[in-house]
Design a protein around this ligand. Structure first.
Ligand SMILES: Cc1cc2nc3c(=O)[nH]c(=O)nc-3n(C[C@H](O)[C@H](O)[C@H](O)COP(=O)(O)OP(=O)(O)OC[C@H]3O[C@@H](n4cnc5c(N)ncnc54)[C@H](O)[C@@H]3O)c2cc1C
Length: 430
């Protein structure tokens, strides 16, 4: 491996300034190591992407919004960052058979999910669709369960494994994951705090610096950026999203075979998340204090408000194969407006005038994400753990897809992975 003359040297290189990269940087810099983060975008935060438009008094999230449950590491950091969390509350509404009303308390579709752990143990891992085929619930229940699994996990029911779903469910129960909260000033409070901590301890965060290749041998790494700058270190933490790794957008020379074999067996899921800001919360007339709204047959099938905040905003959410199929964002907007008019018995096209603005980020085609978040297909439950194995004590992988605690696809999963990678670099047991 040749070392170019103008290479900038550092102790540890971190690729990516999302939560995993920033958390690792803050830890390592605090322990006295020289850290350089190479970030492709002109901002930090990755899939935490908060907008603060001047015309609104509330923040808009284009990526992560919820703190799911009470994950201790995340809550403690948010407290240090002086974030104010608001518990998500209110009433869930269902649009079934042409009528919108409060959802019924017990839903047989959710009860199905409670069976997954036993079935996986007794019959082995299989896709959720294969589980439905064996279990044969009523078609309406099957569709509701499929829609939930695909929506929540950004996954294809024909691919996602029930062993991973069961592990995730158990992990969520352990942290009270069915309750959620959100930061009233926006989720970007977290990456900004971590970046401040890292920089205060001497870390350098270089924005607009996409890594093109990582050359490495035991104890030495050189990263070349697209603009031609080079950085060397004895170790690197790679927090590239799963979609970016799978696409080989960054050339590893040589490619660590064991890590990439696992990468290729994991799946980068698909989501379209639409932010609709209205002039008034028109839904309140029919369903006061609405939190979530679920529909059976129309797309997007899931919406939510900002309750208990009174921001007149609805988020439309489409996950899994349907998100993949919906390539045109203005088509999704029109579909969402027509769907909402039908649900709330409003005249056709009346919501066009009610809409103040709308926003969407295309995570699926964003070259620095190439997907929403990861999931483990049937038979791939071991992959995340394989990706956490250090490569020759030189390359370390972090990011939500490498979480091994059942919290793939979350901010706290990404945070844990960054802290774990930092411990590995420091040579402590994880
Ligand atoms: C629409 C959406 C909604 C979500 N909602 C929630 C939610 O409500 N709650 C929750 O807990 N989680 C949610 N998530 C998931 C959560 O956002 C992620 O799990 C988490 O933010 C991932 O952090 P990360 O550090 O692993 O990856 P990222 O945040 O993606 O960070 C990776 C970084 O690498 C950078 N990068 C990419 N390529 C290069 C390159 N070549 N060179 C240098 N840098 C590069 C990227 O720009 C990025 O900054 C959501 C995700 C999406 C997409």
């Amino acid at each position: 491996m040749e070392r170019p003359a103008d290479v900038l040297a550092t102790d540890v290189l971190i690729v990516g300034a999302g939560i995993a990269g920033l958390a690792a940087a803050a830890e390592l810099a605090a322990s006295g190591l020289q850290i350089t983060i190479l970030e492709a975008r002109d901002r930090i935060g990755g899939r935490i992407f908060t907008l603060h438009p001047s015309e609104f008094e509330f923040p808009l999230e284009l990526g992560a919004e919820f703190v799911h449950g009470r994950p201790p590491e995340l809550l403690s950091l948010l407290q240090d960052a002086n974030a104010t969390l608001q518990q998500v509350g209110g009433v869930d509404a269902c649009f079934r058979h042409g009528k919108v009303s409060r959802c019924k308390e017990s839903d047989k579709a959710f009860a199905l999910l409670d069976e997954l752990a036993d079935v996986a143990r007794q019959q082995g891992d299989m896709s959720f669709e294969a589980f439905l085929e064996r279990r044969r619930p009523a078609p309406e229940i099957a569709e509701r369960a499929r829609s939930f699994v695909e929506g929540f996990n950004a996954a294809d029911a024909r691919r996602i494994g029930i062993a991973a779903l069961a592990r995730q469910q158990q992990a969520e129960e352990e942290i009270g994951g069915f309750e959620s909260s959100r930061s009233t000033t926006g989720y970007d409070v977290l990456p900004r705090y971590l970046a401040r901590r890292a920089e205060h301890a001497g870390a350098r965060i270089l924005l607009s610096s996409p890594t093109a290749s990582l050359q490495w041998k035991t104890g030495a790494v050189i990263a070349h950026t697209v603009s031609g700058a080079s950085f060397s270190a004895s170790k690197a933490i790679v927090t590239l999203p799963l979609g970016v790794l799978k696409a080989r957008s960054v050339a590893f020379q040589p490619e660590p075979a064991h890590t990439f074999a696992a990468t290729d067996r994991m799946e980068a899921g698909s989501v379209r998340r639409l932010v609709l800001v209205f002039r008034s919360p028109f839904w309140e007339e029919k369903i006061a204090d609405m939190r979530f709204l679920f529909t059976d047959t129309m797309k997007p099938a899931t919406y939510w408000t900002q309750h208990p905040s009174d921001a007149p905003m609805l988020i439309g959410w489409l996950g899994g194969p349907q998100a993949n199929a919906m390539r045109d964002s203005s088509q999704l907007l029109v579909q969402a407006l027509r769907t909402l008019e039908r649900i709330f018995s409003l005249p056709s096209q009346s919501l066009d005038a009610e809409l103040r603005n709308w926003y969407m980020h295309d995570w699926l085609n964003d070259p620095f994400t190439l997907g929403a978040y990861s999931y483990a297909p049937a038979g791939a439950l071991d992959c995340s753990a394989a990706m956490t194995e250090p490569v020759d004590n030189t390359l370390f992988f972090a990011g939500e897809h490498t979480d091994i605690t059942g919290h793939w696809g979350t901010v706290h999963g990404a945070l844990r992975s960054g802290l774990r990678a930092a411990e590995q670099v420091l040579g402590q047991p994880s």
